[in-house]
Design a binder for this molecule. Structure first.
Ligand code: AKG
Ligand code: FE2
Length: 228
């Protein structure tokens, strides 16, 4: 269903949105889906999947606090409003089209090296692979799709929150090898604390100054997409 959506004529209409809003961010997700006609159930499936992702994320955030011997609620209490307009958590569906290897530029990637902005990201990937993560030795290693598993990235705000105890995962997506015309489909659920949550180092240190979640997110968007 996802693939049909991205191949369909409705894409043309949304390309303008892409330019204005540099991608489909939380504020639009419901709006876009509610416009979409032509693929039965797409909206309902997406909305219910969003809620399943939310449940899983909250469980993971609880465990992440317990692993640090912190109050179970320390991260959860800043994620009370996922799925509402005061929380920027976003489900992004990514379709990477086939690549013609004769047109590939040097060092071209499917997705450039970066880390995510929020607290954690759930990644569901199709079987083609290509996702790589930077390890502590500074080498990119493959993070293949393992059937029945969800990949969870630690993101930048979590690193800051835990005074660098949990380290944000730098990652990228490689092109398929020359001559391989496979596509890639992934779903990324970017978990963001509530807009008004103040994120301060959970060990009580002042390694990073407290920051309001929404301010941090907007400053990262600006760094990535704003005029230089
Ligand atoms: O396609 C993927 O699995 C990675 C996508 C990603 O890292 C992102 O959108 O932030
Ligand atoms: Fe990412």
């Amino acid at each position: 269903e996802n693939k049909m959506y991205f191949m369909g004529p409705q894409m043309k209409r949304y390309l303008n949105w892409w330019n204005v809003n540099h991608g489909w961010v939380s504020f639009e997700w419901f709006y876009i889906l509610s416009f979409h006609k032509g693929v039965d159930d797409f909206r309902d499936v997406h909305a219910s999947f969003y809620l399943r992702c939310k449940e899983l994320s909250l469980r993971v955030l609880r465990v992440m606090a317990l692993c640090l011997n912190l109050e179970a609620e320390v991260f959860l209490s800043a994620h009370k409003h996922i799925g509402s307009d005061v929380n920027g958590t976003t489900l992004r569906t990514l379709y990477y089209p086939p690549v013609n290897s004769t047109c590939v530029k040097e060092n071209q990637l499917r997705c450039g090296e970066h880390s995510d902005y929020g607290s954690i990201t759930l990644v569901f990937q199709s079987s083609e692979g290509g996702l790589q993560v930077l390890n502590r030795a500074g080498e990119f290693i493959s993070a293949p799709s393992i059937p029945g598993t969800v990949l969870i990235n630690i993101a930048d705000l979590m690193q800051r929150w835990t005074s660098d105890v949990y380290v944000s995962a730098v990652h990228r997506v490689l092109l398929p090898p020359a001559g391989d015309s496979s596509t890639r489909q992934s779903l990324a659920f970017f978990v963001q604390p509530d807009d008004e949550a103040i994120i301060s180092c959970c060990d009580g240190s002042d390694k990073y100054p407290p920051v309001k979640s929404v301010d941090y997110l907007l400053s990262r968007f600006k760094d990535s997409y704003g005029k230089k």
